[in-house]
Design a protein around this ligand. Structure first.
Ligand SMILES: O=C(O)CCC(=O)C(=O)O
Ligand SMILES: [Fe+2]
Length: 290
C-alpha cells in the first residue's frame, strides 16, 4: 500500500545558524549583490559555495541557478576564533569585528616605543598630503585632505620592516603586496573627508594606479598617538566611528573575495579638535606592488 507522504518544502535558509539567517535576510533586504554575499559566506569558511548559493537564492526568491557563483580570489584573512592572534613577533588583540563590510579593530599592534619611534623617524619628512587626481592620476593638493604625510619605502628600516612583517602575518597577506607605510600627521582642524581607498576602474586617473599591483583590497590604519578630541576614523554609510588609540589599528576590506569594490567602506578622518593625530596607513594590493 502506498503511504501519502506529507509534502514538505526543505528550507536551506532555515538550516543556517540563526545569526547567518538574519545576516542573509538583512543583506537581501538591503539589496546587496547576491554573488558578493555568497563570496562572504564562503570566505568565512562556514559554508560550501553550493549551500551559500541555495540560501541566498531562497532568501531573494530566485532560482538557485540565477545566483552566480563568483570566481573567488585570494583575499586577506584574519583568524576568526580567537581574541588574540600571534602576529609574527607580537600577540595582537581582536577587539571588535564586523562582517560586511569586514572591519576589525585590533589592540596592541604596536608598542608605545614603536609608535614614538615611527613618528620621530618621519617628523622631518612630512609634507602636505595629496589625493589621486581623476584625470591623470597624479597627486593633487585638495581641501578634502589637509594632513601632512610621508610615504616610506617598504622595508626602509628595521622598525618599518618589523611592523610590515607583523601586519602581513596578522592578515595573512604577503609583505610584497603592500604599498609602503604612509605616516600621517593631523593637527588642529586637519581632516580627510569621506573617500574610498579603492581605485575606481571607471575613472582614468585612479585606473592608472591599478596597473601597479592591482586593486587595494584592504587597508590597515594604525594609530600612533592618542588624540584628545576629534580625529576619529568614521564610516558614514554604516554609522561607525573608531576613536584613535595609540598602538591600536583598524583593518577594513575594500573588496570582497570576488574582487568587487565595497561602497560601504566610505570613510573619513574626522577633523582633529585637540592634540595631534598620527597614523600609519598600510594599503594592501591584490598582487605584488613593485
Ligand atoms: O586618518 C584617518 O583616520 C583615515 C586615514 C585614511 O583614510 C587613509 O589614510 O586612507
Ligand atoms: Fe582612506
Amino acid at each position: 500500500m502506498m503511504m501519502n507522504t506529507p509534502h514538505t518544502t526543505l528550507s536551506v535558509l532555515a538550516s543556517l545558524p540563526p545569526d547567518w539567517q538574519t545576516w542573509v535576510k538583512e543583506n537581501v533586504a538591503r539589496g546587496c549583490e547576491p554573488g558578493g554575499m555568497v563570496a562572504i559566506m564562503v570566505r568565512d569558511g562556514h559554508f560550501s559555495s553550493q549551500l551559500a548559493q541555495l540560501a541566498v537564492a531562497e532568501a531573494s526568491g530566485q532560482q538557485p541557478g540565477a545566483v552566480a557563483m563568483p570566481a573567488m580570489r585570494p583575499h586577506p584573512r584574519i583568524e576568526m576564533n580567537s581574541n588574540v592572534i600571534q602576529a609574527a613577533d607580537r600577540p595582537v588583540n581582536v577587539l571588535l569585528r564586523m562582517r560586511a563590510p569586514e572591519i576589525i579593530l585590533f589592540g596592541n599592534v604596536l608598542s608605545d616605543e614603536e609608535c614614538d619611534a615611527l613618528i620621530a623617524y618621519t617628523q622631518q619628512r612630512l609634507e602636505r598630503s595629496g589625493v589621486v587626481g581623476d584625470g591623470d592620476g597624479a597627486t593633487q593638493i585638495h581641501t578634502h585632505r589637509t594632513s601632512r604625510g610621508a610615504m616610506l619605502q617598504r622595508g626602509e628600516t628595521e622598525l618599518v620592516s618589523r611592523i610590515e612583517n607583523r601586519l602581513a602575518a596578522l592578515v595573512h597577506w604577503p609583505v610584497e603586496n603592500g604599498e609602503g607605510l604612509q605616516v600621517l600627521s593631523y593637527e588642529k582642524s586637519n581632516e580627510y573627508r569621506p573617500h574610498f581607498d579603492w581605485f575606481d576602474p571607471n575613472v582614468a586617473g585612479p585606473r592608472k594606479h591599478l596597473e601597479r599591483g592591482g586593486q587595494r583590497v584592504a587597508t590597515i590604519i594604525t594609530y600612533l598617538s592618542d588624540v584628545e578630541e576629534g580625529g576619529g576614523t568614521s564610516f558614514p554609510k554604516i554609522g561607525l566611528q573608531v576613536q584613535p588609540k595609540k598602538g591600536c589599528a583598524v583593518y577594513f576590506a575594500n573588496t570582497n573575495a570576488a574582487g568587487e569594490v565595497d561602497h560601504n567602506t566610505l570613510h573619513a578622518g574626522e577633523p582633529v579638535e585637540r592634540g595631534i593625530k598620527y597614523v600609519a596607513t598600510k594599503w594592501l594590493r591584490e598582487s605584488e606592488y613593485k
